[in-house]
Design a protein around this ligand. Sequence first.
Ligand SMILES: [Zn+2]
Ligand SMILES: [Zn+2]
Length: 73
Amino acid sequence: MQCYDCLADDQVTTAVAVCASCGAALCREHVRAEHREIRQLVGVGKATHEPSARRLVCGICYGAESPPSASET
Ligand SMILES: [Zn+2]
Ligand SMILES: [Zn+2]
């Protein structure tokens, strides 16, 4: 399988992942690993220790899914 984003750029690169959202094959350069930490900062007295979920998506989906950064420090 070849990276979809590289093919669009006339390059052929072996894909190492598949976008969880659109299903495009992605190489290392184009894959975005999304770590969702389920952090609830509400004082309910329950600490969440679950490991953050990993989700591999392409750059397009990554940009489309991440909310516009309201406060970027
Ligand atoms: Zn690529
Ligand atoms: Zn995608």
